[in-house]
Write a protein that binds this ligand. Structure first.
Ligand code: NAP
Length: 260
């Protein structure tokens, strides 16, 4: 870094190619938009073709015309590699991978069944590792890469009825610390962004119960839920040159909810 560094370029992603899984809706969609607004060509991803995916892609293309849509169900083991392959074939080797899609099942721990547990671990952990394996060789060649996993405040405050989901997010954070040391020498950073309670489709029905919503608010020092857009600033930091010297970190975007 020199004295002549132009700080206005720190968040510039022109010429970068990105894949954001689960970006048809919610936090992933907001992050995809943020990356596109900074100039990245983004592969917007959903499980299957949908109106939501079309709308998200249209918004992203409004900022970055080269962006594409890609579909695939990450509960199917072979899909993770295929999704990265499709994005790479269309956009060129990926510079930025945001592993955002997840499966979340609520059930009392004593009733959790093997198949359901395996499916959550498949989508949330195994597919993430597979996509990282597929994306890293191209990043290594260019000595630049940004990998961002999306964890959860449940790494610190596991919900009693989400024992597998919470564990899958802690596993991701462990993976991040492990890989940060192994990928750093090639100019690749990897970090975890841990959201708190963000108003997205998966929370709508639970938070519609006003007394439950009030109890959850009480657990949040900032006393409010967040919008998906509240995750974008942290994501841009960790996916750009601004985050060049940040790796292996676990950044909570949770209004303080995860504090001990
Ligand atoms: P969301 O609104 O529920 O959207 C989920 C996204 O993931 C959609 O794009 C969906 O695609 C995709 N997806 C779901 N199952 C998939 C599968 N089997 N294969 C491929 N894609 C799949 O999600 P969100 O609330 O924004 O959450 C985004 C991330 O933040 C997740 O990792 C979640 O665990 C984490 N998080 C969220 C909160 C929160 O309060 N919302 C809190 C902590 C952590 P379709 O549109 O095709 O269904």
């Amino acid at each position: 870094m020199s004295d002549t560094m132009n700080f206005s370029k720190l968040f510039d992603l022109s010429g970068r190619a990105a894949l954001v899984t689960g970006s048809s809706r919610g936090i992933g969609r907001a992050i995809a938009l943020g990356l596109a607004e900074r100039g990245a060509a983004v592969a917007v991803h959903g499980t299957r073709p949908s109106g939501a995916l079309d709308e998200a892609l249209a918004d992203v293309r409004g900022h970055s015309g080269a962006s594409i849509g890609v579909t695939g169900d990450l509960s199917q083991a072979e899909e993770a590699g295929r999704i990265v392959g499709t994005a790479t074939a269309a956009l060129g080797a990926l510079d930025i991978l945001v592993v955002n899609a997840s499966l979340q099942v609520r059930r009392p721990w004593a009733l959790v069944e093997q198949a359901e547990a395996e499916q959550q671990m498949q989508v949330n952990f195994h597919a993430s590792l597979r996509m990282i394996q597929a994306a890293v060789p191209g990043m290594r060649q260019r000595k630049w890469g940004r990998i961002l996993t999306i964890g959860s405040v449940q790494q610190r405050r596991p919900h009693p009825d989400m024992i597998v989901y919470a564990a899958s997010k802690s596993a991701l954070e462990n993976l991040v610390r492990n890989l940060a040391k192994q990928l750093g020498p090639d100019g690749i950073t990897i970090n975890n962004l841990a959201p708190g309670v963000i108003l997205t489709d998966r929370n709508v029905s639970a938070l519609a119960d006003e007394s439950y919503a009030a109890r959850v608010r009480e657990m949040i020092p900032l006393r409010d839920f967040a919008a998906p857009e509240d995750c974008v600033g942290a994501a841009l930091l960790l996916c750009s040159d601004a985050g060049r010297y940040i790796t292996g970190q676990d950044l909570y975007v949770d209004g303080g909810m995860g504090l001990p």
